[in-house]
Write a protein that binds this ligand. Sequence first.
Ligand code: ASP
Ligand code: MG
Length: 405
Amino acid sequence: MALYVQKFGGTSVGSVERIGLVADKIKSFRDQGHDVVVVVSAMSGETNRLLSLAADITKTPSPRELDVLVSTGEQVTIALLAMALHERGCEAKSFTGDQIRILTDSAHTKARIKEIDVDAVQQELKAGRVVVVAGFQGVDEKGNTTTLGRGGSDTSAVAMAAALSADECQIYTDVDGVYTTDPRVVEKARRLERITFEEMLEMASLGSKVLQIRSVEFAGKYKVPLRVLSSFVEGDGTLITFEGDSKMEQPIISGIAFNRDEAKLTLVGVPDIPGAASRILGPVSAANIEVDMIVQNVAEDNTTDFTFTVHRNDYHRVMQVLQSVAEDLGAEAVRGDNAIAKVSIVGVGMRSHAGVASKMFDALAAENINILMISTSEIKVSVVIEEKYLELAVRALHTAFELDV
Ligand code: ASP
Ligand code: MG
């Protein structure tokens, strides 16, 4: 007999029929004798609908009231799911974040969980009930309703699992696991049986949006075994686990992540003086713009070129910032390109293997794809290329690293 925390996302509870299917699934776990705590999202589209109501009233809604508003979405689902369980003869009770006391800080719309009181939950489980918890929401010290940021129910589920020392936190969603890459781009993409937390974090931060990144960090930190699986089709999904947990040898590359939302900017002919990089990026970060890759050339004739990438949405703003930086520094010119994309190979196996990067460059060269920038970390090699070659690059790498089914 195990204790499972099961999270069902917005699409999985998107209609009363689907809520019924979720209830069937939960009941089958109960029938096998397992204890189940369920965390649910709002019905799909509901959080957006609530946010747009607020937007129709004001451009600057109070964050506190926004939280009061959007947290209602999850409150609807917990009650409906509890009723659906009752209909199936399965004892169940719903709880809001406040009722459980999922204690958070007071950072409305992006609160962080500090502590969860599990006594009441444990008593309910002991009494043979399924506990249905509203995801995404909590309460601060003063009793204000808070929410955890978009996609926050994943984090609620992981936090519940950590607090309860659950055997597994299962995230049910509309995909049946984590894939080697996006199956919409590569037909031969394959579901991974397992992936390490580190790899998952890289994949997630690079745009494979299966799980909210924060929930993966949380699970890694508190050693919560996490599984991603489909609400609609039977299967084992993907287990997110620790390096070395598996007896099998790690593949060198576990997956290929990519991100289209990138733009790159270059300051040409920057004087090669101490403080230049700080004078370039200082104003960029002051404008609250996140910088991703940074490359500075070897200085020639006492000048250097300084290139970095940002989110494509920030491209025009950064351009403006850089125009004045260029004047200030006496740089020659500002150049930019917002039709680029980033492709990365990710795998803990590359720590113990040489030649991974050159194999990647060979595969791209064979397709005549020009590499514009390169960056590496211990378990990742990323390149920036022209966006029009993105699909071709991902497919070529998928084949080169023997990930095809
Ligand atoms: N309902 C919230 C959202 O749409 C939280 C979640 O679904 O995880 O962002
Ligand atoms: Mg969601």
